[in-house]
Design a binder for this molecule. Structure first.
Ligand code: ZN
Length: 129
């Protein structure tokens, strides 16, 4: 049975964390952004097109280049609030920043990996490899 793509475009494929080549299967064994256990567990290969997600040894270290900007975008406003003491003190925004980080760290990691692999692998419609 031929699987239809789960995602119709690049943005939705990144957000759904589907195979960048065929967009028909999910990269992570447990889908979702808020997976706190077995966060890093991924399928080795795509179930449809056979793409090996880790393109080379150490490939996922590069995903930090995608997840770090996400972290900055989310956390930087709290840092500014802290610097300018917009809540009356400097530590309240820092506490909120830490709580946000604790809640969102799996999201940063998973989305970073998804963006990173999508940056290197071209989409091939119908999964013809
Ligand atoms: Zn695939």
């Amino acid at each position: 049975m031929d699987k239809e793509p789960l995602s119709s475009n690049l943005l939705s494929s990144c957000l759904n964390m589907t195979c960048p080549q065929c967009r028909a299967t999910r990269m992570f064994k447990k889908p979702g952004f808020f997976v706190y256990f077995k966060t890093f567990e991924m399928h080795a290969n795509c179930g449809k097109c056979g793409l090996k997600f880790e393109l080379e040894p150490g490939f996922w270290y590069g995903a930090l280049w995608a997840s770090y900007p996400l972290l900055i975008i989310i956390e930087f406003p709290f840092l500014l609030m802290s610097l300018f003491k917009s809540w009356g003190n400097y530590w309240s925004p820092l506490v909120i920043m830490a709580i946000v980080f604790i809640i969102l760290w799996p999201t940063f990691i998973r989305l970073g990996r998804s963006i990173w692999v999508h940056a290197w692998v071209k989409f091939i419609p119908n999964g013809q490899v």
